[in-house]
Design a protein around this ligand. Structure first.
Ligand SMILES: Nc1ncnc2c1ncn2[C@@H]1O[C@H](COP(=O)(O)OP(=O)(O)O)[C@@H](O)[C@H]1O
Ligand SMILES: CC(=O)OP(=O)(O)O
Ligand SMILES: [Mg+2]
Length: 440
């Protein structure tokens, strides 16, 4: 019999929820590229998508609902002025799904057997975990290190325990994919005893997306995952770059927290650490949004929530920034292209030029025609080049090759899908542990 999986992705500016049913023996679909590199000949089953709901604009109200029930029913951008938090977005979407008469498989909350939660900071967890009291508390303890994310995800976990009491809650961590980063890359040059005690190291994020990208690009290029070398750029409200060697993370631009590296919608990205002490004299004081479970300083508040595109341009919409022509928007655009070049070129040398592709993903990576052209233009001397026509109209495939015919290296767009990656994890774990021990 099929089970219903609710796959929940609490990002910094949006909540995306996809509904899947597990395939029965008869309708088992397969992915040509195995996601388990240890068993290269075993095809993996794919969850069957039933519906997808997104509430976005949480950081630029009013929030909006987009809903698709497959294959045909679609609601575009319905405004929701009363929804302003990740938890409110989750509750709204759950009501919407259970009241959609066309979604026969999910009439009651008791129909949901599995809820997958994207948790950005998982500390030392190298793989997914069933959320029990101990896991919940461990994730809560990491909230200060992902101030835009972990608390929001946990508010949804809490809501599921009351609203969906029969569902098994499983956490998938953005940081797990980066557990392969070697010590000389994840270690900060600071007092090692303090670093050890406070677990201060590079963790890296967007890993669920990078795992999806590895699977999808390996399939598209007909290469085993463990031979795939790519430079992947996940560019959304938060943006990061990842250097992937043999299908594994070798380096990434985010660090101890998702603030490091590239700028984002409301984040500064990397700056000189001394800057904050010249920006405000109260950098170290607790911010007003601190609570009993979330302790953040004014410096963290400023750099995470009121910097980035919002500070430079007044909008978090990178589509608008890319097309308005306004002076402030042009500066923000040029800053992003410049900072991206600062990762693409060194990652190319880290891979010793053995690069299968440069891959664009995330809302901006997938839709930002002009940004892709700017970044690829900036690294043209390495052997990347775009086909302008393909870049302008890439079509609907999961992976699209937008490289010029004479390019030495490929440039691809990958429509990443964190919810699908997590739902696939449920099927893999069901197979591996016969539905019981589940990854612990
Ligand atoms: N046509 C476009 N060109 C460039 N950026 C776009 C375009 N459309 C949307 N975006 C941007 O994509 C970003 C959201 O990306 P997404 O990955 O969906 O978000 P999140 O990080 O919240 O998961 C926003 O900054 C949005 O402005
Ligand atoms: C890790 C991170 O920044 O996630 P998002 O882009 O979804 O905010
Ligand atoms: Mg995201």
């Amino acid at each position: 019999m099929s089970s219903i999986i609710l796959s929940i992705n609490a990002g910094s500016s949006s909540v995306k929820i996809s509904v899947y049913k597990t395939p029965t023996q008869k309708n088992t679909a397969t992915s040509t590229s195995p996601s388990n590199p240890d068993s290269p000949s075993t095809p993996s089953a794919t969850p069957i998508p039933l519906a997808e709901a997104t509430i976005d604009n949480l950081t630029a109200p009013p929030a909006r609902l987009h809903y698709t029930r497959f294959p045909h029913h679609r609601i575009l951008a319905q405004q929701l002025p009363d929804v302003s938090s990740q938890e409110a977005a989750f509750t709204y979407i759950l009501e919407h799904l259970t009241h959609d008469e066309g979604l026969a498989e999910l009439n009651e909350k008791a129909d949901v057997q599995f809820t997958c939660h994207r948790v950005v900071h998982g500390g030392d967890y190298a793989r997914n975990q069933v959320i029990d009291k101990e896991t919940y508390e461990n994730i809560e303890a990491l909230s200060d290190l992902a101030p835009l994310h972990n608390a929001g995800a946990l508010s949804i976990v809490k809501a599921t325990t009351t609203l969906l009491p029969s569902a098994k809650n499983i956490a998938y961590f953005d940081s797990s994919f980066h557990s392969t980063i070697p010590p000389h890359i994840h270690t900060y040059p600071i007092d090692p005893s303090v670093a050890r005690k406070n677990k201060l190291r590079k963790y890296g994020f967007h890993g669920i997306s990078y795992a999806f990208i590895v699977d999808a690009v390996a399939t598209a290029l007909h290469k085993p995952q463990d031979q795939l070398n790519i430079i992947a750029l996940h560019l959304g409200s938060g943006a990061s770059a990842c250097c992937i060697q043999n299908g594994r993370s070798l380096d990434t631009s985010m660090g101890l927290t998702p603030l490091a590296g590239l700028p984002g919608a409301t984040r500064s990205g990397s700056i000189d650490p001394s800057l904050m002490f010249h920006f405000t004299h109260s950098a170290g004081k607790p911010s007003r949004s601190s609570s009993s479970t979330l302790h953040i300083t004014q410096a963290e508040e400023i750099l995470n929530k009121t910097s980035g595109w919002k500070a430079l341009t007044g909008t978090t919409d990178f589509g608008k920034i890319s097309s308005s022509g306004a002076e402030a928007d042009e500066l923000a655009f040029a800053i992003f292209a410049d900072r991206l070049q600062n990762y693409v070129a060194p990652y190319f040398t880290k891979l010793k030029g053995e690069v299968d592709a440069l891959v664009f993903a995330g809302g901006i990576g997938e839709r930002g025609e002009r940004l892709r052209a700017a970044v690829v233009g900036d690294v043209k001397c390495l052997g990347f080049a775009l086909d302008a026509q393909k870049n302008a109209s890439p079509g609907d495939e999961v992976v699209v090759d937008i490289s010029a015919e004479d390019a030495k290296y490929k440039t691809l767009i990958c429509k990443t899908d964190e919810q699908l990656q997590m739902a696939r994890g449920v099927l893999e774990d069901q197979r591996r542990f016969a539905g019981d021990a589940f990854g612990i």
